[in-house]
Design a protein around this ligand. Structure first.
Ligand code: C5P
Length: 219
């Protein structure tokens, strides 16, 4: 069974996807982490975020993969655990430029499809239901208002000791949504057969319950 969870930035996709994967004992794939790792790879090598050929060369020379640890899924770039390094403001604010490159998407989509293979999987991202797994059994389009998403990010940041003004987070989220929705290749878009879940006024438990109901309806 394949479960696709798409939606805009900070809508809670990965939180929900992880919990659903754990509950059902499915593999989890965070495709955003893959685009973030390519962005980090460019940064580490002083390659501009729009330099297609240089980025593709780096991608062919380096390995991006996931490994499951007791505290959850970690992302690796070669031998380095980059799970935290891909969450900095620098990467967050530039990933949309890298993810708009057609050839980068082609390589990562192939890796994502290979990961899905014929295993039970929960995959989250922007184009899973439309492009990566168009035949997914259950497709969720998870949304929340920009205000709510910025508030959630603000709280998460505080827990990590980062104090970014709420307005700045709101602008950053809106800008990233705009870029992700307006790019030429596989823009962020609800698949025709996806079910929209608006989590603005829902707790995490309520969203997990709703998604579980949708999965059970499909079984
Ligand atoms: O999900 P997350 O916010 O970590 O994704 C980071 C970025 O990666 C998104 O803003 C988007 O530019 C890109 N992305 C994408 N397609 C996906 C997943 C993420 O273009 N399937």
């Amino acid at each position: 069974m394949q479960i696709a969870i798409d939606g805009p930035a900070s809508a809670g996709k990965s939180t929900i996807a992880k919990l659903i994967a754990k509950k059902l004992d499915f593999v989890y794939c965070d495709t955003g982490a893959m685009y973030r790792t390519v962005t980090l790879l460019a940064k580490k090598n002083n390659v501009g975020y729009g330099e297609t050929l240089d980025i593709l060369k780096l991608m062919s020379e380096h390995k991006i993969y996931f490994s499951n640890k007791s505290d959850g899924q970690h992302v690796y770039l070669d031998d380095e655990d980059v799970s935290d390094a891909i969450r900095t403001e620098e990467i967050t604010n530039n990933v949309s430029q890298v993810s708009a490159i057609k050839e980068v998407r082609a390589k990562l989509v192939k890796m994502q499809r290979d990961m899905a293979g014929d295993t039970d999987i929960v995959m989250d991202g922007r184009d899973i239901g439309t492009t990566v797994l168009p035949n997914a059994d259950v497709k969720i389009f998870l949304i929340a208002s920009v205000e709510v998403r910025a508030q959630r990010r603000f709280k998460e940041n505080l827990e990590r000791g980062i104090k970014t003004p709420l307005k700045e987070l709101q602008d950053e989220i809106a800008a990233r949504d705009y870029k992700d929705s307006h790019r030429e290749i596989s823009p962020l878009k609800k698949a025709d057969d996806a079910i929209e879940v608006d989590s603005s006024n829902m707790t995490i438990e309520e969203v997990v319950k709703r998604v579980t109901e949708l999965v059970n309806e499909h079984k």
